[in-house]
Design a protein around this ligand. Structure first.
Ligand SMILES: C[S@@+](CC[C@H](N)C(=O)[O-])C[C@H]1O[C@@H](n2cnc3c(N)ncnc32)[C@H](O)[C@@H]1O
Length: 427
């Protein structure tokens, strides 16, 4: 995003935008944000608030630009060459420091060190760095949670998300370059940074599935995204006209522990769902489905590279599936659906989408690009533009017709609806 490069002008814009946001929160008596552990989990201004939401996003972008201008190039470069934030978070999670600090109180360094069996000197140094990054706080020699560290206790699934990032993605990332040298030009899912980091030759999903702790960590991290801004359940509920299928059947292909189907089942009382995945992904998941929904949300073991066994469903939903695979594998996944499709069957892709560079505010650009590099490290796959998604369908079968691509305001996921047209068959 380009914009002004004048310090004073940026400061004025920030003041104007922030005033609009502040006025809105105060006049509507919305919960006021703070940097303490009890701050509201969601910022009180969301995409439904139109211009006020835009003012918030513009202010974040302008703050980024202003900060950049106030630092000299060497200072900027030094700060951006940092990789310690994730390392500190890994240590603090591995030793369970997050849980040793009470969410509504404080603990001394020596208490935490003893409870977590970590030398106090190391604890202090990791915490000091984490505090400089906004995690945890210290007053009078006592450690408390900040808004950013408390989130891992307030939303327990986020602790698994942190585990997935620090224990799986973090070691994989520096090994991407090693994998590129070991397997030049590879787009195979078992020749990745993750493979080199952990010295194994399975795909990420096969490797997760063979270890219960890893498998649960990954499935919970996926579930955690439902409460992440940009990915929350509301977007999947509103991102598609589900009501039009009345009592139709939705196949949630690669649906993990069913968290997406459950959200949809809560909103659309007549729809039925079959969640397909490896059995390890939905181990014990059926019991976590609310009792009243169980008749409408079922689980089925199915490998999506094999022919789809459920014929003629209203929609085959692929949420966060294609981004895990390089192009030839995506084409195989789509072709495996074709024998099950009737004239008029729909496929809905809900996936991270990459818009043209420069069209997103920088903090959003960073999140999308982060996900893209994580896909590279885990699977030799990538995040795609809408055009790249559609190209996969065109290659898979000429009978696919693009209905629409939708990107709801504030959503990191785009929704591509594709129709299967088979003229030789009645709808
Ligand atoms: C990134 S997760 C997305 C999960 C879920 N759809 C969501 O939106 O949170 C990808 C899912 O694909 C599943 N998966 C991977 N390979 C598969 C395969 N060959 N057959 C079926 N499921 C598979 C994984 O177990 C995982 O649950």
């Amino acid at each position: 995003m380009s914009g002004t490069h004048n310090l004073r002008e940026l400061a004025r814009q920030i003041a104007k935008d922030v005033t609009a946001v502040d006025d809105f929160i105060v006049s509507n008596k919305l919960p006021y944000p703070s940097s303490t552990a009890d701050t509201p989990l969601l910022f009180p201004v969301d995409p439904s608030h139109g211009d006020v939401y835009k003012a918030r996003i513009d202010a974040i972008q302008a703050l980024d630009s202003l900060r950049g201008l106030l630092l000299s190039p060497p200072e900027r470069a030094m700060l951006q060459m940092q990789y310690m934030e994730t390392a500190a978070l890994q240590a603090l999670r591995r030793f369970d420091v997050f849980k040793a600090v009470p969410i509504d109180g404080h603990a001394s360094y020596s208490q935490i060190a003893e409870q977590c069996s970590i030398p106090e000197d190391r604890l202090r140094r990791f915490l000091r760095y984490a505090m400089a990054c906004g995690f945890f706080d210290e007053r009078d020699g006592l450690v408390s949670h900040s808004a950013s560290s408390a989130v891992f206790l307030r939303i327990p699934l986020w602790y698994d998300m942190l585990g997935m990032v620090t224990e799986l993605a973090f070691p994989a990332m520096p090994n991407v370059v090693n994998a590129m040298q070991k397997f030049p030009g590879s787009s195979e899912p078992n020749e990745t940074g993750l493979n080199v980091a952990f010295g194994m030759d399975k795909t990420a999903f096969e490797w997760f599935a063979e270890d219960e702790a890893r498998s649960v960590l990954f499935a919970n991290a996926m579930k955690a995204t439902m409460s992440a801004p940009g990915y929350n359940a509301e977007f999947i509920v509103k991102g598609h006209d589900w009501a039009r299928y009345s009592d139709g059947l939705i196949v949630d292909v690669g649906g993990s522990n069913g968290h997406v189907s459950v959200q949809l089942a809560k909103q659309f009382a007549n729809l039925k769902f079959v969640v397909q995945d490896f059995p390890s992904a939905f181990k014990d998941a059926a019991e976590s489905v609310p009792k009243d929904l169980r008749v409408r949300v079922e689980f089925m073991a199915h490998n999506f590279f094999e022919t789809q066994p459920i014929r003629g469903a209203s929609v085959y939903l692929l949420r966060w599936i294609l981004h895990d695979w390089s192009d030839p594998y995506c084409v195989k996944i789509l072709r495996a659906l074709v024998p099950a499709l009737r004239n008029g069957s729909r496929i809905l892709i809900a996936d991270n989408t990459m818009p043209p560079r420069g069209s997103l505010p920088n903090h959003e650009e960073k999140l999308r690009s982060f996900a893209d590099l994580m896909m590279m490290a885990f699977h030799n796959s990538k995040e795609r533009s809408p055009e790249q998604f559609w190209a996969l369908f065109q290659e898979a079968d000429p009978r696919f017709k693009l209905v629409e691509f939708r990107q709801p305001e504030g959503s990191s996921l785009g929704f591509m609806e594709v129709l299967f047209e088979n003229e030789s068959e009645e709808p």
